[in-house]
Design a protein around this ligand. Structure first.
Ligand SMILES: Cc1ncc(COP(=O)(O)O)c(C=O)c1O
Length: 384
């Protein structure tokens, strides 16, 4: 049947990949080179300078396109470098409507970098389509969706957002970092651009910082490739190799992340010391029906608020954890705990942060693939 009709699990391993042409190496070699010999000016074998292209990066970009069911993949030096390229598609005077509950670094890039260059941003809870539509005007060019949202675990209806984008002739970009294509494929639901912090689940081992974009449209791909090369935030060959290796086990890791996270959500739900849990797998979650429709499982992330929680209570809990590591980031094989108000979301002003629910006592967990019994025992001793 060839490689065309492969299922998702096979695509993570084989999608867009060929044995290396020189020696048949099964894994693409790390082409650690900045430049390539030419026989005559312009006479080269497809690569001339590694900002413009590198064979290891090409192998990763093909894999990214394959797992997201897209035509073109682009790999960047970080997730933020990938977002930077998307916003640079816009002109001064253009506007973006973005979800209000998003990664703090994306918010900082929008407000503190791009606003200076005349691009306007509106932040809104995107679970409600009318609130998105009320902010769309003739200057609006892009909808920025992150789903599930970081750290409140709201789920935004990608198909509905795509219909809205089509109706108003806007681009729809979806940050798919939390869900990964194992759980949802936004291009299949009508998005124009899928973005990843590949630092997280795609890399999967907390050993690399990489970003990615995947699109279907040739013209859009051309513009993004121009920006990738012109601005230069490209993914290096070693990092490309590491993410490519990570992607090959994405499906087995994600399956375990989802199982462990479900068990922890259920444990926390029965714990007397917990006030609220944010996990889209609970039938009572306000967007559970959307999650069921667009995701094949509920992912490896959850957030919670301990009872009577203050800033200090939350800090004490995360400090007592021993198997969970207190750290920024998510999506690696090891479990991490974070305190968004002082860590990942500290760059969002307190009143803005609290509007979307990121209160001082919120704790976020990235549930890893350890024995779940060890994770639950760790939480039990930390919650006291
Ligand atoms: C949802 C989300 N998007 C984007 C980013 C930014 O990616 P990077 O840290 O790779 O620049 C992050 C990083 O934490 C993230 O969690």
């Amino acid at each position: 049947m060839g490689k065309k009709g492969l299922g998702f699990n096979s695509k993570t391993i084989h999608g867009g990949q060929e044995p290396d042409k020189a020696y048949g190496a099964v894994m693409p070699p790390i082409y650690q080179t900045s430049t390539y010999a030419q026989t005559t000016p312009g006479g080269h074998k497809g690569y001339e300078y590694s900002r413009s292209g590198n064979p290891t990066r090409t192998a990763l970009e093909r894999s990214l396109a394959s797992i997201e069911n897209g035509k073109h993949g682009l790999a960047f030096a970080s997730g933020l470098a990938a977002i930077d390229a998307v916003i640079k598609l816009l002109e001064p005077g253009d506007e973006v409507v973005s979800t209000n509950d998003l990664y703090g670094g994306s918010y900082r890039l929008f407000r503190q970098v791009f606003e200076k260059y005349g691009i306007g941003f509106h932040f809104v809870g995107m679970q409600n389509l009318e609130s998105i539509e009320s902010l769309i005007n003739e200057k609006t060019k892009l909808l920025w969706v992150e789903t599930p949202t970081n750290p409140m675990m709201n789920v935004i209806d990608i198909r509905a957002a795509a219909d809205l984008a089509k109706k108003h002739d806007l681009l729809l970009a979806v940050d798919n970092t939390f869900a990964t294509p194992y759980l949802q494929r936004p291009l299949d639901m009508g998005a124009d651009i899928v973005m990843h912090s590949a630092t997280k689940y795609l890399g999967g081992h907390s050993d690399v910082v990489v970003g990615a974009l995947v699109v279907n449209d040739d013209e859009l791909a051309e513009k993004l490739y121009f920006l990738q090369n012109a601005s230069g935030g490209v993914c290096g060959p070693m990092d490309s190799f590491l993410v490519l290796r990570g992607i090959k086990t994405l499906h087995v890791r994600m399956q375990r992340h989802c199982e462990n996270c479900k068990a922890i959500a259920e444990f926390l739900q029965s714990h007397p010391g917990i006030d609220k849990i944010y996990w889209p797998g609970f039938p009572a979650h306000p967007n559970h029906d959307v999650a069921i429709r667009q995701m094949s499982d509920f992912g490896g992330m959850l957030s919670f608020i301990p009872k009577g929680g203050s800033f200090d209570d939350a800090v004490k809990i995360v400090e007592r954890l021993q198997v969970f590591t207190l750290a920024e980031s998510l999506g690696g094989v090891e479990s991490l705990a974070g305190h968004p108000a002082s860590m990942t979301h500290a760059s969002i002003p307190k009143e803005e942060r609290e509007k979307s629910g990121v209160v001082d006592s919120l704790i976020r967990l990235s549930v890893g693939i350890e024995d779940v019994k060890d994770l639950i025992e760790d939480l039990e001793q930390a919650l006291l």
